[in-house]
Design a protein around this ligand. Structure first.
Ligand SMILES: C=CC1=C(C)c2cc3[nH]c(cc4nc(cc5[nH]c(cc1n2)c(C)c5CCC(=O)O)C(CCC(=O)O)=C4C)c(C)c3C=C
Ligand code: FE2
Length: 240
């Protein structure tokens, strides 16, 4: 996959987010090509929404400059979050001028930066590729042949790994994606602190560490979780 776009620190501004999720419940997310569920702190509500599901843009307030907070009306219903919920809904949006406008904030916000991940060492290359190809969103087999997904992923990843390793070796022995995403998280934390917003930032990857499920397990700070898809790519296979 080729990557391009703004610098890591500012790339956040160009990336469409997934949504604002309540930081309680059970998430059904996918890695290694299978669906798993992850419970996280304070869970009283169950829901079926995948982190990778479609989320509609938040109804934005007056200024329509390119903002990044989205919320699914459907999710709002699903999680039973009435507008007058006792827990204040926190909606923080970012515009192109790096101005942050927030509604009244009474609860700490968590931000989950979602990315895809990449192999960090040459030994990671084959298992990373396996995770990638075992995902039916990457290689979709007809229903009848679904049972072949993982054997096929094993086959392709094993065959492709040597060539990919050469590529990764030539750029220092691994993917820069983890480092870039961690840098984005730090930059976001610092930027929000400057705005007097104290948010916990988490990083979750779909195909490598730290997996989204692990990241969600860490979420313990907040009533709401803003999920931002922090991918920059020209790849046509990524659609939002
Ligand atoms: C048939 C081959 C491939 C398809 C189809 C494909 C689709 C696809 N890939 C991503 C996300 C990533 N791919 C990454 C690396 C990578 N992808 C392929 C092959 C296909 N991908 C290979 C062989 C590799 C390894 C690198 C290489 O040898 O070129 C990565 C990791 C990037 C990094 O920084 O390391 C990601 C992420 C998506 C989203 C996608 C289709 C939707
Ligand atoms: Fe790829």
């Amino acid at each position: 996959m080729s990557s391009s776009g703004p610098s890591p620190a500012t790339g956040i501004h160009a990336s469409p987010p997934l949504g604002l999720l309540p930081a309680t419940g059970t998430h059904h997310t996918r890695s290694w090509g299978k669906t798993t569920s992850t419970s996280f702190t304070g869970s009283t509500t169950k829901h079926e929404q995948s982190l990778h599901g479609n989320v509609k843009p938040l109804q934005l307030a007056a200024n329509e400059s390119s903002r990044l907070a989205y919320r699914s009306p459907a999710l709002k219903n699903q999680w039973n979050l009435p507008a007058s919920s006792s827990s204040t809904n926190v909606v923080t949006t970012f515009d192109d001028n790096e101005h942050v406008s927030s509604s009244v904030i009474e609860e700490k916000v968590g931000v989950l930066l979602l990315n895809l991940g990449g192999p960090e060492t040459l030994d990671d290359v084959q298992p990373f590729l396996f995770n990638l190809f075992a995902d039916p969103d990457i290689i979709r087999l007809p229903r009848l042949f679904r049972f072949l997904q993982r054997p096929l992923a094993k086959l392709i990843s094993t065959f492709r790994a040597p060539k990919s390793k050469e590529g990764y070796a030539s750029i220092g022995g691994g993917s820069p994606l983890r480092k870039i995403t961690d840098e984005q998280a730090n930059a976001l934390k610092i930027a929000l602190e400057k705005k007097k917003l104290n948010a916990n930032i988490y990083v979750g990857m779909r195909y490598w560490y730290p997996f989204t499920e692990e990241a969600i397990d860490q979420v313990n700070c907040c009533a709401h979780l803003l999920c931002l898809f922090s991918i920059q790519s020209l790849s046509k296979c990524i659609s939002f």
